[in-house]
Write a protein that binds this ligand. Structure first.
Ligand SMILES: [Zn+2]
Length: 175
């Protein structure tokens, strides 16, 4: 656990008069990077929704899926997420007028539970990664089509098991 990014009880967020914010520069064990992850996160409890916004940037250490060479990949994102606090089964049209309507939610949290900014940072940064990591045009493993196809198929299978935000799919196509 990283000091300053400790999970915060939902109850504590509810008691705050203004959004809780985190400003940090950290290294995450699960996500090796060549420089610290620089981030800002704000969390605000708005009725029964946790409204999250962030700005994250770092240089990730990745391994090329084609030639297995290590390379650095710059990543920057401005994630926004709405998390339902309480019953997950509430229909989406039940959004209150006070809740920003530009989001939809896929996750829910127990009102007695916690929001974990460190976990959220990890998830948002990994969501933005392409299905296939390649070190670039100069990759010596370009002709390795069979292996590439296998890697891609395995990754797609792995991704299919976790729910993917459709907005991220659009972004991935653009990349
Ligand atoms: Zn490569």
């Amino acid at each position: 656990m990283i000091a300053g990014l400790n999970p915060i009880p939902i109850k504590e967020l509810r008691a705050l008069a203004s959004p809780k914010t985190w400003d940090f520069e950290v290294y995450l064990n699960e996500l090796p990077s060549s420089r610290p992850i620089q981030g800002t996160i704000s969390a605000e409890l708005n009725d029964d929704f946790l409204v999250l916004q962030g700005r994250l940037a770092t240089l990730l250490k990745l391994t090329c899926d084609r030639c297995l060479r290590a390379f650095n990949q710059g990543i920057e994102c401005n994630p926004k997420e709405l998390i339902r606090v309480g019953e997950a089964s509430l229909p989406q049209r039940a959004l209150s007028p006070k809740t920003p309507n530009l989001y939809s939610w896929v996750e829910s949290l127990d009102p007695q539970g916690y929001f974990n900014p460190e976990r959220w940072t990890f998830e948002q940064l990994t969501l933005g990664l392409p299905l296939l990591n390649t070190c670039g045009k100069e990759c010596p493993g370009q002709d390795n089509y069979h292996e590439v196809t296998t890697v891609r198929a395995n990754k797609e299978k792995a991704n299919a098991r976790t729910s993917i935000d459709p907005r991220m799919e659009i972004l991935k196509k653009l990349l």
